[in-house]
Structure formats: C-alpha cells, structure tokens
Ligand binder design. Sequence first.
Ligand code: ADP
Ligand code: MG
Length: 349
Amino acid sequence: MKIVVIAGGLSPERDVSLSSGSMIANALIQNGHSVCLLDLYEGAHNEYESLFFDEASGKRYYYEVPRHEPDLKRLVEESGNDKSLIGRNVIEICKTADLAFLARHGDIGENGKLQAIFDVFGVRYTGTGYKGSLLAMDKDVSKQLMAASNILTPEWKLEDAQTDRLGADIAAFGYPCVIKPRSCGSSVGVTIVNDSGDLRPAVDYVRKYGKYALIERKITGREFSVGILGCDALPAIEIIPNEGFYDYRNKYQKGLTNEVCPAEIPDEAMARLKDAALRVHKTLCLGDYSRVDFIMDAGGNIYCLEANTLPGMTPTSLLPQEAAAAGISYAELCGRIAGLALARDGCDE
Ligand SMILES: Nc1ncnc2c1ncn2[C@@H]1O[C@H](COP(=O)(O)OP(=O)(O)O)[C@@H](O)[C@H]1O
Ligand SMILES: [Mg+2]
C-alpha cells in the first residue's frame, strides 16, 4: 500500500511531529508499505514517485526533538514568507496514495481543518474526523462537554490572553492554578502558578500561543494517561517527572520522567481510569484512537485534563508504551491505526 505520513507543519509542536512521523514512517516501511514522509508546511517537488520508499530501499528516518521549541518565525522567513499552511503538492501527493497517516501535532492537522480538507478531496486519513478533532483541540469546549457529561475536570475560566487584565484575572481566580493556551499541546505555553511571583512569566508565556488562555485549578496528585485503540482502553501509564511537572522538556528529553506502565494502582482505580477515558473519547466524538490525560487526587478523584486525538509517537511518548504493555509492538500499533482508517466507511457526518 502507498502511505503518506504527514508531519512537521507550522505549529510549536513541529519538531515533536517530525519525530513521531519519522518513527511511524520507519514502522510502516517495516510493515511492507511504500511510504512518503511529508512536511505539511514545506510540501515537496513534483516528482511524487521518488518520494516513496519501501523496505528494499533501505531508507530509515531519524529525528531527535531539540531541547527547546522551534523558531517558527525563522522557518517562515527561510521559506520566502509563505503564509500557506499546506505546502506545495501536499494534497496532490496524498491523492496518489491509499492513505494519509497523520503524525501532526498542533493547529491544522490536529484541529480538524486538514481533516475537513481531506474529506472534501476524498483523501483517507488516520485517527479522528474534523468534528472530534476540533472538539478535543479546544480545551474550553472539550471541558464544557466533559462537565455536561458528568466527567470530572478541574474548575476553569477562559480569558482573553492579550489584555492587560490577565494577571489580575489569575490573581482573582486564586493560587495555585495552571495557565495554559486554549488550543495547544506538548505543554507548550503551560505554567503552574503557585503564587503571585510566578504570574508575570506565566502571562508572557501563554500570550505567545493564542488569543485565549485557560486559568485552571491546580490538582495535586498522581498523573496518568490512558490510550484508546479501536473500542478498547489500553493500560493506564503513570507519569512521574524527576523534577517539576510534565512540561515540554520532561516530555521529550530521555530520562527526565519516569513512566510506569501498567500504572501501579489497585484494579479498581485502573478500571475507573479506563472507564473515564472511554467516556471522554465518546463524549468528544473521537475516532480510531486517542489518549486521555488525568490527575488523581489524594481522595481518589479522577480529573480529566484533556484528550489528544493525535497523541505523540516519539521514542519517549506514552501511547506506544501503553500499547507495548498490552502486547502490541510499535509497528503493530501503526498497522492497527492504518487498518482502522481503511476499515472506516466514508467520513464524518
Ligand atoms: N489542572 C492541572 N493541575 C495540575 N497539573 C496540570 C493541570 N493542568 C495541566 N497540568 C500539567 O501540565 C501538563 C500539560 O497540560 P495539558 O492540559 O495536558 O496540556 P497539553 O495539551 O499541553 O498536554 C499536564 O500533563 C500536567 O502535568
Ligand atoms: Mg496533555
């Protein structure tokens, strides 16, 4: 089968996506497919066939996530200030393939816009359709839907991030709290604000990543994530950073976070986490797979932070570890995700 792996793009999670995409491309090549790894923003030249590699080519991709978030301004300048978020020939190349495997994280590609465009052009793609992608990417909307479905999520407020009032809004909300962009991922723009001393840098940081910010009650407890594959919840993973919280560096630099899978918790707590993840997946209209993030407080209450429609597939990512704990190898996981997409009949309603 011919598969285009879509990665890169122009989001703060560009590097993470290139790392996910490289690993997925290698796995699909190993599974016997003919694979093209395509940067959503940069696109490619016209000779489409030369972009596809199979096992016989010996091609293997490698991409390590740098310690810091990418300089997107420079990338745009280097590309001649091209404002188009879909690069040259991307749609055309995808139309020549059997499947677009989405390895995007952040904005177009994860927020439903690319999914809607693919629906229009008849391109088959992996994961979730445009509707669920949009609902999950917007943390304010997804938390409203969770709350309406009696799924516990930390108390929050949505505020305009660009006004001078934001600092006062946070102080009025009360400490400790968490400030995060409305629609981002990989902990980009996220700060835990313990007291007024943390306020200024938190405000400056979140402002860089969108018009709106969420102020959320900080939940003290143990952090877990639960992957959904097809109709099943995978074993929960516990996330224990050596220092601080699960921020960008702790997510992608090897050895900075201890991940325990299956999480060492009583069966009853594991069952509640899986049940909550399946409920979130359903409530947000998610598709073939997802990963849902939680914090459990000392009283055993499970708070859902968010759902990810295109969870990371990098060497340090959680979903592949959860799949491994269920006896599913990385290559098999990619094969299953591709298989689920091909088995789907048509696109979102
Ligand atoms: N309300 C909260 N209480 C405690 N920690 C939080 C809270 N919200 C976020 N965090 C921490 O920040 C990380 C990133 O937040 P999350 O909402 O999952 O956004 P992202 O989409 O960037 O992953 C979480 O994995 C967790 O470690
Ligand atoms: Mg998260």
